[in-house]
Ligand binder design. Structure first.
Ligand SMILES: Nc1nc2c(ncn2[C@@H]2O[C@H](COP(=O)(O)OP(=O)(O)OP(=O)(O)O)[C@@H](O)[C@H]2O)c(=O)[nH]1
Ligand SMILES: [Zn+2]
Length: 307
């Protein structure tokens, strides 16, 4: 049978078959990922082949993992330890942000976008809580959306309270597997509740299986919106684990810098204080937004990109 992993603990997995039934499964044999030490060989979103058999707690055995289109990992804070794959086979990532109550910082947004670039996952910004925006904040939101739109990140304004934009958000998700991310308090859970029918039921179905095992940390859960539409939630993960990006490479993950950097005088330009830097020139002329450039500098000098 074929299925998709909807929960991964590293020792056992929950697999949803094509008819929508859940199976608790283990992995047959050892699977290794080249050049990566991971604590879980299989992650939420992985497409697998499995057979059903009764082996103690687990009722299925996974014998094949299909090649991944992409995946995101969470790096361990200790250099020596293993990484954890958060999710695989994502079509897109939506970052939920708010301009009031709480206000999401540009630094946070831009680190998320750099991560999405690094993993090659299209990203969209969702501005939630528009019911709380006054005219000035509305204007500001439109300006920010315009700025991000110009560099290739679409956005959508929604309110989980008034339902404004929620149908458009549903349309964005349609037929795709989408990672939803956002700072605590932006309304991610409220939106997921609006978007996923019978969410409470699905959550309890999934946790029914979890209760059979010892307590294990999971990093992501996948919910079905409809037969070919899925949402991946990452509870407790504020930021995606960013890959280590050398200083000279960081600009590649800012699309508006990437398109200008071959005009810099030095080909190893870090766009900080080098003479003849095309990026700095573009910031001076407002062709690159100052807030994006500030995020870039803060990542460049932050050393540890995860901060
Ligand atoms: N006014 C307004 N309040 C909202 C909206 N969406 C969510 N909220 C409120 O914002 C608060 C946080 O919402 P949650 O859905 O719990 O936020 P979350 O992002 O899941 O946060 P964590 O559970 O901490 O990860 C709750 O009090 C919600 O009722 C909205 O569109 N407008
Ligand atoms: Zn430069």
């Amino acid at each position: 049978m074929k299925g998709v992993v909807v929960k991964s603990t590293g020792s056992w997995y929950l697999v949803r078959d094509e008819e929508g039934n859940l199976h608790r499964a283990r992995l047959r044999g050892k699977f290794k990922i080249k050049g990566l030490k991971v604590s879980n060989p299989l992650a939420v979103g992985d497409r697998v082949e499995f057979e059903v058999e009764q082996t103690g707690e687990d009722t299925a055995v996974i014998f094949k993992i299909e090649d991944r289109e992409n995946y995101i990992i969470r790096q361990s804070t200790h250099k020596t330890a293993y990484s954890h794959i958060i999710a695989a086979n994502l079509d897109q990532a939506l970052l939920i942000v708010t301009l009031v109550s709480p206000r999401t910082s540009f630094g946070f947004i831009d680190r998320f976008l750099v991560t999405a670039e690094a993993y090659d996952i299209p990203a969209t910004l969702i501005f939630n809580k528009t019911d709380l925006y006054d005219e000035d904040v509305m204007d500001y939101q439109r300006q920010i959306s315009h700025m991000y739109g110009q560099i290739g990140y679409p956005s959508l304004a929604v309110s989980a309270k008034t339902n404004e934009g929620v149908e458009e958000m549903r349309a964005l998700l349609q037929g795709k597997t989408t990672l939803l991310s956002g700072h605590s308090g932006v309304g991610k859970s409220t939106l997921i509740n609006l978007l996923v029918p019978d969410l409470a039921l699905k959550t309890s179905e999934i946790s029914d299986f979890s209760d059979k095992g010892v307590h294990t940390t999971t990093f992501a859960e996948m919910f079905e919106v409809d037969q070919d539409t899925f949402i991946i939630d990452t509870p407790g993960i504020k930021e995606l684990g960013i890959v280590d990006i050398p200083a000279a490479q960081l600009g590649h993950y800012f699309p508006e810098m990437r398109e200008r950097m071959n005009q810099c005088r030095f080909n190893n330009c870090t766009h900080f204080n080098e003479p003849g830097c095309a990026v700095i020139e573009a910031v001076r002329h407002n062709d690159i937004s100052l807030s994006r450039y500030e995020s870039y500098l803060s990542m460049l000098h932050g050393g540890d990109n995860r901060k």
